[in-house]
Design a protein around this ligand. Structure first.
Ligand code: MLT
Length: 405
């Protein structure tokens, strides 16, 4: 037996597990400290009432012989949910075929699983800082990774590299609104990426998990708002942040039928959509009927209204955090089209140094920017997904602590 030696190249533990351990250790040493967690982007509002009703109804169906559901008619997901997602895109002028939509148990799984379709010799381009999952998935597979710096100069929105290794990349990860920086690509910027990918025979893996937070006109919510994207981009999306499904697990992936690749040497023609269907039917048995019914309720008028109300709650949290940073004169971005606020650590502190200082001084937990990559050093991420009263308290403590510096 030989184990996958690439696991030895991974960081000791996953970023958010690392933070959880650090906070538990702090809490054990300081049992009196009232710690507020604004680290991992986990939602705090419960599922919306129309979703819960749909879940209940589906549970009841499963208990009756005539309406019981066993294996899914297709691992790709029930028609009722894929049609609802197709209509969600159609409402924004994007035409998708339901055959292009695959229901998943969340964006994180598919972002890793999709890599099964690509040769391990492919070079992968990822922004830095980045959601650590993109990097870890590729390290596990032994793929070569090239980083493109995202910084204050490029508005944390890197554009296609003009030269070097990055210009030869085969797979590119883009996340917009971005985790962790909150930056959002405009349609024009994404058009540049799409043109680049088509010209370079590259594939864009577009993570749209936070699209529901986009409020500004001109900012893209889907890469398919850009002409030509259906020839070169796969989009991964999720009900987690949109509808509070972090614990319920449901998402979707769009694999356009137009992505067909012909190997220059062998002449073998392969359709990405067919390959993904083949992969899913072999390795995945689909998402529970009950969960898919709950997810479909998100797209009903009542569901949409309830979800918007929840999103507004988080948007207000972001505004509260932003106001605290404004008052303290700390530079930040994000928070407007995104649930994440990305701030520059004050007084020249490093990311982990600021993490420890903030935990000790204000008992507030955030995520050190360095945990997202070398270019994140000196930055820090706060999430707007907390409870409103606790977020207001954290903001108060944050301003008071920052004023002591
Ligand atoms: C985050 O905090 O970056 C996200 O919650 C992680 C995730 O969605 O997996």
């Amino acid at each position: 037996m030989q184990l996958n030696q690439h696991y030895a190249e991974l960081k000791e533990s996953y970023l958010f597990s690392d933070i959880a351990h650090k906070v538990s250790a702090y809490q054990a040493a300081h049992p009196e400290a009232d710690v507020i967690r604004l680290g991992i982007g986990d939602v705090t509002l419960p599922l919306a009432a129309p979703v819960v009703e749909a879940l209940h109804a589906a549970v009841a169906e499963m208990g009756v012989k005539e309406t019981f559901h066993g294996y899914l008619p297709t691992e790709q997901g029930y028609d009722f949910l894929r049609e609802a997602i197709r209509d969600y895109y159609a409402g924004r002028g994007i035409a998708l075929d339901t055959a292009e939509i695959f229901i998943s148990d969340g964006a994180k799984s598919d972002l890793g699983n999709l890599l099964d379709l690509f040769d391990t010799e492919n070079t992968v381009l990822v922004p830095d800082p980045v959601y650590p999952v993109y990097v870890d998935d590729n390290v596990m597979a032994g793929r070569h990774i090239v980083y493109m710096p995202a910084n204050a100069e490029n508005g944390f929105l890197p554009m296609p590299p003009a030269g070097g290794e990055g210009a030869l990349a085969d797979i590119v990860y883009l996340c917009s609104p971005n985790n962790p920086t909150g930056a959002v690509y405009s349609r024009e910027q994404l058009k540049v990426w799409v043109d680049w990918a088509r010209a370079h025979d590259a594939l864009i893996l577009f993570d749209a998990a936070y699209e529901c937070f986009v409020a500004e006109a001109g900012k893209a919510r889907s890469i398919y708002e850009v002409e030509g994207a259906k020839d070169c981009a796969v989009e991964v999306c999720s009900f987690s942040k949109m509808a509070g499904f972090t614990g319920t697990r449901c998402g979707w992936t769009v694999v356009p039928q137009g992505i067909v690749h012909e190997d220059a040497e062998t002449g073998l023609r392969q359709s990405l959509n067919r390959m993904w269907l083949r992969r899913q039917t072999t390795k995945f048995n689909g998402v529970a009927y009950i969960v898919q019914r709950g997810a479909a309720a998100v797209f009903t008028p009542e569901g949409r209204a309830a979800i918007e109300k929840n999103l507004d709650y988080y948007r207000k949290n972001a505004a509260v955090i932003a106001a605290a940073l404004d008052e303290a004169g700390v530079w930040y971005c994000g928070g407007k089209n995104s649930p994440y606020i990305w701030l520059r650590c004050p007084a020249g502190m490093g990311s982990w140094q600021f993490f420890d200082w903030l935990l000790d001084t204000a008992h507030v937990v955030g995520t050190p920017g360095a945990g997202f990559g070398a270019c994140g050093e000196g930055y820090f991420r706060l999430t707007a997904f907390g409870d409103a009263a606790r977020t207001a308290e954290a903001a108060k403590r944050l301003t008071a602590a920052l004023k002591t510096l």
